[in-house]
Design a protein around this ligand. Structure first.
Ligand SMILES: O=C1O[C@H](COP(=O)(O)O)[C@@H](O)[C@H](O)[C@H]1O
Length: 337
């Protein structure tokens, strides 16, 4: 399995394309792209032939064609009306959802059969205060939008035209002053994990396809007990494909924390932490759950770690300079669906 890592660096307006050598635990730089502005959020089409990146200050989304070895070719940029913070496509790759923290909006952008973005958004949901990401659950029917400034997750039905309508209930309240930011879903059961930027905690949420009200079943800190912290500043959250290990970053003390997901209850237990790159805003886990790549927005480097599948511990394998202000990491396996 050949895996390619894409790292967006807004300050140097670059995307660095790395090839993972899983035998020797190394990354090989195979391409550097100069973007049409400060590149931040990345999303990859489910067919793995297109990569989308949000740019600013001239708000836009650039489409790159991905060739058979993972290299990118510019396929044009559409203008959008808000600062892109997060991108995600629906599971069929027919619609792209662009979340804007600064403009409090989620925009719905249609994707053509060929993977090109079809111009202006067909819908813009406004008034989502500090919305930081848009996430689609395992039933592929709901869009979950953590709104940092509302301490809530807004829920939307995704209809067959990709358009959004308020779900009932329309909102999941999170603890006051938490600042929900990013989230991830368990692949095997109806559980969601939300990282809260302002308290560096994770909420475990149980949901169901027919049960209307998702419920918070646990809130756990990602900060080690032996570390005193003046300010919480959590960022990203990801789970290994086997659903056993959950990782989160905090940018104030530059750590990656590992929490174990109980097979039975799906609740979390803090296991270990790893000092890492300075201001680790984005990271990704590879398709086999063996490697983790984290970007340091202030260190201008990325680190490659090996994941110990038995205890979740991380071992640093190698480290690389990767643009200026690297902050988004996406990993794609070239030859697997
Ligand atoms: O995590 C954060 O993200 C927000 C939104 O990112 P942006 O680049 O779209 O503004 C950022 O404003 C905030 O400072 C940071 O903590």
């Amino acid at each position: 399995m050949i895996q390619i890592i894409y790292v967006a660096s807004p300050e140097s307006q670059q995307i660095h394309v790395w090839k993972l050598d899983s035998i020797y635990g190394l990354l090989e730089l195979i391409q550097v792209i100069y973007t049409h502005g400060q590149a931040q959020p990345i999303a990859i089409h489910p067919n793995k032939r297109f990569l989308y990146v949000g740019i600013r200050p001239n708000f836009g989304i650039t489409t790159y064609r991905i060739n058979q070895i993972g290299l990118l070719a510019d396929h044009g940029t559409i203008e959008i009306f808000s600062s892109p913070t997060h991108l995600i496509s629906d599971k069929k790759g027919a619609f792209l959802y662009c979340t804007s923290y600064r403009n409090n909006t989620v925009s719905v952008i249609p994707i053509s059969m060929s993977g090109m973005l079809l111009g202006s958004p067909i819908q813009i949901i406004e008034g989502l205060l500090g919305c930081h990401s848009a996430n689609i659950d395992k039933f592929k029917k709901l869009l979950w939008v953590p709104c940092l400034k509302e301490n809530a997750i807004r829920l939307f039905n995704i209809n067959s035209f990709g358009m959004l309508t308020s779900y009932d209930p329309s909102i999941i309240k999170i603890n006051v002053d938490s600042g929900p930011r990013h989230m991830i879903f368990c692949n095997f059961d109806c559980y969601a994990y939300v990282i809260n930027e302002l308290t560096s905690t994770v909420n475990v949420i149980k949901y169901n396809n027919f049960q209307k009200i998702p419920s918070i079943v646990q809130t756990v800190s990602i900060i080690p007990k032996n570390i005193s912290i003046n300010r919480c500043w959590a960022a990203d959250i990801h789970i290994t494909p086997n659903g056993r290990w959950l990782y989160c970053t905090d940018r104030s003390i530059n750590i990656i924390s590992c929490l174990e997901i109980s097979k039975k209850t799906k609740k979390l237990k803090f296991v270990a932490y790893q000092l890492t790159e300075e201001q680790p805003r984005g990271f990704a886990i590879d398709y086999q759950g063996k490697f983790l790549v984290v970007a340091g927005q202030k260190s201008n480097c990325i680190s490659l770690y090996k994941i110990d599948s038995d205890n979740g511990k991380l071992t640093m394998l190698s480290r690389y300079s990767s643009g200026k202000g690297p902050m988004w990491v996406s990993i794609m396996a070239l030859n697997c669906k």
